[in-house]
Structure formats: structure tokens, C-alpha cells
Design a protein around this ligand. Structure first.
Ligand SMILES: [Zn+2]
Length: 85
């Protein structure tokens, strides 16, 4: 498994923390673990750190989706040739 979280920068306490890319999308909000301010993730946010995190999460979700599409091929049941017997 690889890291499916993206870095979020809190502009209030200037700390960084990580959150799951699957959750981090427009309309999502979460509390900074350091200063407990609520950060709202909106495409229209004036906070460029929010924009950056949203972009990174969107990109990572696409990668995750693509990696899920590549499933190992189902093991094929062995077939026996009965015509020769
Ligand atoms: Zn903070």
C-alpha cells in the first residue's frame, strides 16, 4: 500500500498535517490538529493552501482509482482436452 494522504497547511498556526485524499474534496471541512481551527475546503477558497491541498487530493484520487482498475486476472480453471481420450 502506498500513501493515500495529502499534506494540508494550516495558515493560522502554520503547521502541516496530512489527511486522506478520498475525504479531502470540495465541501469537506476538518479541524487542524494543532490549533483546532476549522479549515473549509472549497474550490472558491481564497486560501491558496486549501486550493493546493484540493488539487493534490484530486490528483491522488485519480491515481488511486487507476491502480484499483488494474486487478490481477482471475485464475483460470484448467481446461482438459477430452477429445483425445
Ligand atoms: Zn492550525
Amino acid at each position: 500500500m502506498f500513501d493515500d494522504s495529502v499534506q494540508v497547511h494550516c495558515k493560522r498556526c502554520r503547521s502541516n498535517f496530512r489527511d486522506r485524499a478520498r475525504r479531502l474534496q470540495a465541501g469537506y471541512s476538518r479541524q487542524c490538529p494543532n490549533c483546532e481551527v476549522i479549515i473549509f475546503f472549497e474550490e472558491t477558497s481564497s486560501d491558496k493552501h486549501v486550493q493546493t491541498a484540493l488539487r493534490a487530493a484530486r490528483r491522488l484520487r485519480r491515481v488511486l482509482r487507476e491502480s484499483e482498475d488494474v486487478k490481477p486476472a482471475a485464475k483460470q480453471a484448467p481446461t482438459y482436452d477430452r477429445t483425445s481420450s
